[in-house]
Design a protein around this ligand. Structure first.
Ligand code: ADP
Ligand code: MG
Length: 223
């Protein structure tokens, strides 16, 4: 029987392996994530969670194996195809892959709005709604460099909310946040999954992991 669209994985890895020289981070890593699912990558520091997220986000190349998005292998993409995928479908929430610091919150969100073709009043409204959701209502004109780490992280979440990527990759998204904001951000990521995105996140936070549908223990694939 043909698999229906709802049954097909949006994101899949097959026999994925990453090694630096002789050091194998993970090998034989198979995962399969459907639309609407939120997955936690777990494992001790140094087990390769960030590296895996980098591979899924086309920022790094695995040593071997395949990554498929909607059934298409990422390594087969042209440079243009990869750029388009990053622009249209991928959302990053990485500690060091964040914002234009010497620009305002609004300028940072405008980049994502433009990529979605949401301009003018409609874009403005989407921005206001996103900032309200992350607890930064009315702060568009503030310079990102003057915000605290936790506020910057929430600007990055607002940017995801306006971009609405199909695949969200988050690296310890609540690591820099207090408990209230950690719950807020976890809830917003959960809502993006419930709206049909695929969310993959590295996390050490048990209560955040409990909101995920599945756990992939990266350290179980050391070979
Ligand atoms: P985690 O996010 O689980 O803490 P990382 O993915 O950041 O783990 O790192 C896994 C290991 O891979 C670390 O020991 C790191 O030093 C190593 N590593 C990462 N990038 C490189 C690289 N370019 N060359 C060699 N080793 C690397
Ligand atoms: Mg890491």
């Amino acid at each position: 029987m043909m698999a229906t669209k709802a049954e097909t994985a949006m994101l899949e890895t097959r026999s994925l392996r990453m090694a630096y020289g002789r050091r194998v981070l993970w090998t034989g890593l198979d995962m399969s994530v459907k639309s609407g699912r939120m997955v936690a990558l777990t494992g001790p520091s140094g087990s390769g969670k960030s590296t895996l997220l980098g591979c899924l986000g086309l920022l790094e190349r695995p040593t071997a194996g395949e990554i498929l998005l909607d059934g298409r292998e990422l390594s087969g993409l042209s440079a243009t195809g990869a750029r388009r995928l990053r622009r249209d479908s991928l959302g990053y929430l990485f500690q060091n892959y964040a914002l234009v610091e010497n620009a305002t919150i609004a300028q940072n969100l405008n980049v994502a709005l433009k990529a979605r073709g949401r301009r003018g009043a409609q874009g403005q409204q989407a921005m206001e709604e996103a900032l309200e959701k992350v607890g930064l209502a009315g702060r568009q004109r503030e310079q990102v460099s003057r915000l605290s780490g936790g506020e910057q992280q929430r600007v990055a979440v607002a940017r995801l909310l306006v971009k609405q990527p199909r695949l969200v990759l988050a690296d310890e998204p609540t690591g820099a946040l207090d408990r209230f904001n950690a719950e807020l951000v976890a809830g917003l990521l959960r809502a993006m999954a419930d709206d049909g995105a695929c969310v993959v996140m590295a996390t050490h936070n048990d209560s955040v992991r409990d909101q995920c549908d599945e756990t992939v223990p990266v350290d179980a694939y050391t070979g």
